[in-house]
Design a protein around this ligand. Sequence first.
Ligand code: BGC
Length: 761
Amino acid sequence: MKKICLFISALLFISILSFAQTTYQQDVKMNKFISDLMSKMTLDEKIGQLNLVTPGGAVTGSVVSSDVDNKIRNGQVGGLFGINGPDKIRQAQDIAVKNSRLHIPLFFGLDVIHGHRTIFPIPLGLSCSWDMPMIQNTAHIAATEAAADGLNWVYSPMVDIARDPRWGRIAEGAGEDPYLGSQIATAMVRGYQGNDLTANNTVMACVKHYALYGAAEAGRDYNTVDMSRIKMYQYYLPPYKAAVDAGVGSVMSSFNEVDGIPATGNKFLLTDVLRTQWGFKGFVVSDYTSLSEMINHGTGDLQTVSANALKAGLDMDMVAEGFLNTLKKSLQEGKVTQKQVDDACRRILEAKYKMGLFDDAYRHCDAQRASAAILTDSNRMASRMAAEHSFVLLKNSNNVLPLKKSGTIALVGPLADNQRNMLGTWNIRGEYSEDITVAQGIKNIAGNDVNVLYARGANISDDSMTIANTNTLGKEIDVDSRTPQQMIDEAVAAANKADVVVACLGEAADMTGEASSMSNISLQQSQENLLQALIATGKPVVVVLFNGRPMTLPWENKNATAMLDVWFPGTEAGNAIADVLFGNYNPSGKLSTSFPQNVGQIPIYYNHKNTGRPLHDGDGHKFKSDYLDVTNEPLYPFGYGLSYTSFSYSDPVLSKTTISGTEGLTATVTVTNTGNYDGEEVVQLYLHEKYASITPAVKQLKGFQKIFLKKGESKQVVFNINHSDLMFYNSDLKLVAEPGDFDVMTGGDSRDVKTASFTLK
Ligand code: BGC
């Protein structure tokens, strides 16, 4: 036995050694290739590699670049973004590869955020599936489609932790938790990049927005961020680090400042943490004009901020052309060094080398493949499944759901027959004319078995400022020519004739996303009025809620019979919704962000601190950390989500109650499906250390498992609790585990848990 073990160890050692040797040899080959190339490059050509331009297309600010073709020809462009299609990309690549002096290929990027042509649920929705293989697969499909469409670089995953639902970009991330966020970051990087960046169906990922973009003051986009280092390391940085650990090829700096220095020129972030502490080997690109925006931040003119950014560790300038127009002068004036320019240029060329572009710059330019690989039936089916898994059942009184496939349904609301708003924010290549509305989905699933009475009932909003701002990029909110009362009357008449009302309410797609912050996150008044009238009919009302953020819904929660949160589900929206409404799929999504009761509670998140004066049940309120007019609880906590069935949990059983050194333990919990349907459940594990040198959170997610249980079935779920799970950042920013007492909490959400304890000696 001993001999066999020794033999296996020796084999393992030899294979690690040979892997290291191969990697080393590849690196030597790459370094030589790039050094040879760089020895031929002029300073202008090197600076040109640092320039990322868009010829128009998908823009989120002013377009600075002009005369793009000539710039490519002159070696003044390292990459392009905002275009797609194998033919267009081939044309641009031709200019670089055939007509520029050194024939250096370009890379081509795009915001492929939740699918490319086949659109998946918005990332916030996807995160509620807690299903890592599925999330990885959505990224893989997005990569396959993007690659078939000529692209080799995507600006995803967006991993900004967000505790403020006023911030519109909360829709683009994975919510409030660093553990869940890190798992998702890893899954997405793997999905996009696979394990071979030179394959023709993978793309380089770009983790963003580094860093802390989600902590904008007051939830206002692009606003100031100010945060302690402890909070940063403990709660906000882990998902970016997870992406780096997963091998992400590029990082995008963020628009906000950190410690008074814009992230795009912040050496602490771009060099000390990213490269020195985390060992990141790829390149850093700025966000859209975030380089020149440092002028507005007030840190210097274009030349100064460009020099500062290069010195801080920025390699590529998106759109601003600050590097292109000022670095040469800065070098002549001794404000930057040749080495700094060379290092940045080398990193860009390395990325191109790793993508195999020097071998074949046209790998993704096969027009035949594009038509075969994009928006296929199987991709649409994957989108439908992903959508179903992302829905969160918030309420289900009297088991009104699932609906029977019989009788009369009043299908009402501005989102009930609305193709324009099913895809959500960032769907550059998605085409809403191809997505399925709820009305269509119900027809597809229930056919003639149910009688559907449709009435629009309300506009998404009647507020002129909200309408004008939301419709900046297209008419997502269209205003009916009838009066609000006429629409409500029609909807009430339909409800009165029906057995059940399905009310499709919520936000327009671009009420979240970039530059879409809201100070009021309740339903728009127009829809509130409609819902009140529907509920007054006394008919059961099922709210199907479309949203890119947690909303404040205390009245709806009290008065609607059921609520199903469907986020923005993507291309197959209506089919997925109908599947769940009629019980073809039993919902299993769990919230990845807390829903506040009102805006005044924000920021509200489950992993908060205890404070010196916590409020406990049964305590009087005076001199406690609370409010006079609302409880401390969220409306729905992190991890929450119902099912058509029910689950019961045993107490967690620990393998040990005392551990020492780096020992670990297991926690075992038995989960039973006690209801009437088969279903999936996300079993969650939280830890809490009683006393530590840094005030601990009341609980922190440290594990989860998604399991399927047949009606009546029980399963034991075993969690490994490792030494690393007990660690946190101390005041020296060292990751440590401190001896003490720990609570292990298991349950189906962050509020409803059962506890056991152990001690670390
Ligand atoms: C956004 C990024 C995006 C970039 C390129 C910016 O406005 O903040 O998330 O990747 O534009 O489109």
